[in-house]
Design a binder for this molecule. Structure first.
Ligand code: ASP
Ligand code: MG
Length: 405
């Protein structure tokens, strides 16, 4: 069986017209003798709307009921697709996760797919049917409905590709693929033909909103090739695969930037063992995500400055928590909004010397001040004033020869 998993995102099924178009795309695989397994997200806006309703009912909406509620958008989209396929003469039906079933583990709202039963879907495929499966949802051992995190139908698609040993997993979305940088911000952004899991994971985690980061990790672990393409235009997309599968002649694959970051600096912190832990423990307890962290070596052995970044939304809570933390002593607390993290990503930097220098030099030439730096094996990030973000991206895109000719 030539199985192909086709996943459609919210905008691809965002209207009746678009759902009709999706049915035609599915049909084109069917005609080529593929056995499509289709995964759909909810029509765009539906999940957000359901979440809003849950908040209006109660700020402490039961997580188990939350999952029943917010996973319902997928049911609507799947039945519309299946019915449209039937309309054009193709055997199809919707499958809700409990009917298969798709088993998850872990907490409500953020469960993880553990296993997918194959028998019923295989039988249905053998009979020539096209299953349209609800993304984003599963059931737990107690047969309660679960959801697997926002954007989770990507992970549903990857796991279906894994359990059904699909030849291909295609993620249909509203952009043509993965770009060297956000094409809405930079006209010269180029569509990337092939990118490694590692690079894509960094890009997605750093703000390229093409795919849900955890799903890329699942694909990497299971060696599933992913193709990201547009459901609106018939054009080749981007292939996400393992490094060995392609020759890379670019040092840097892409550049990403974040929005809504804020910087927090504690000046003159008493430098004792365990002090950083004391600062960050209450933040993590309150689910505040800390991103970049720098601590200076203390010059006099007594005091040091500690800087970290968080999302602007968390700034007020962070301020309160730090000011109320009796276990730490510091002289001053500095808060700064409107900073942005710009990152260059590429496996090529592992083997190419001088990348850091080239990045810093091109920013210096544009008079852009770097406030914080953090690196990993395949990424260098700098924190700069938000107003300089575009200027920085333009300079780096050019420096690393990513511009569209
Ligand atoms: N509909 C869900 C969401 O909006 C899942 C998805 O889009 O993948 O998060
Ligand atoms: Mg989505």
């Amino acid at each position: 069986m030539k199985i192909v998993v086709l996943k459609f995102g919210g905008t691809s099924v965002g209207s009746i017209e678009r759902i009709k178009n999706v049915a035609n795309i599915i049909n084109s695989y069917y005609k080529k003798k593929y056995k499509p397994i289709v995964v759909s997200s909810a029509m765009s806006g539906v999940t957000n709307d359901l979440i809003k309703k849950s908040k209006e009912i109660s700020e402490n909406f039961l997580p188990s009921e939350y999952d029943v509620l917010v996973s319902s958008g997928e049911q609507i989209a799947c039945s519309l697709i299946a019915a449209r396929l039937s309309h054009i003469g193709i055997r199809s039906r919707s499958w809700l996760s409990w009917q298969i079933p798709i088993i998850t583990k872990g907490n409500h709202k953020n469960a993880k797919i553990l296993s997918i039963y194959r028998k019923k879907i295989f039988d249905y495929l053998k009979k020539g049917g096209i299953p349209i499966i609800t993304g984003f949802q599963g059931i737990d051992v107690n047969e309660r409905i679960t959801t697997i995190g926002r954007g989770g139908s990507d992970a549903s698609a990857i796991m279906l590709a894994k359990f059904f040993k699909a030849e291909r997993c295609i993620i249909y979305t509203d952009v043509e693929g993965v770009y060297t940088t956000d094409p809405n911000k930079l006209k010269k952004a180029r569509k990337i033909k092939v990118i490694s899991y590692e690079e894509m994971l960094e890009m997605a985690s750093l703000g390229a909103k093409v795919m849900q980061p955890v799903s890329i990790q699942d694909a990497r672990l299971n060696r599933i090739n992913i193709e990201v393409k547009s459901s609106f235009k018939k054009k080749p997309g981007t292939l996400i695969t393992k490094r060995k599968n392609f020759k890379n002649n670019k040092i840097i694959a892409g550049i990403s930037s974040t929005q809504n970051d804020a910087k927090v600096t504690l000046v003159g912190v008493k430098d004792k063992p365990g002090v950083a832990a004391k600062i960050f423990k209450p933040l993590s307890k309150n689910s505040i995500n800390v991103d970049m962290v720098v601590q200076n070596v203390s010059a006099n052995g007594k005091e040091t400055d500690l800087t970290f970044t968080i999302k602007t939304d968390d700034l007020n809570r962070t301020k309160k928590i730090i000011e109320g933390n009796k276990e730490i002593k510091f002289r001053k607390l500095l808060l700064k909004r409107n900073v942005s993290k710009v990152s260059i990503i590429g496996v090529g930097m592992v083997t190419t010397p001088g990348v850091t220098f080239r990045m810093f030099q091109s920013l210096a030439k544009k008079n852009i001040n770097i406030q914080v730096i953090s690196t990993s094996e395949i990424k260098i990030s700098v924190l700069i004033d938000k107003k300089n973000t575009k200027k920085a991206i333009i300079a780096l895109h050019k420096e690393f020869k990513l511009d569209n000719q």
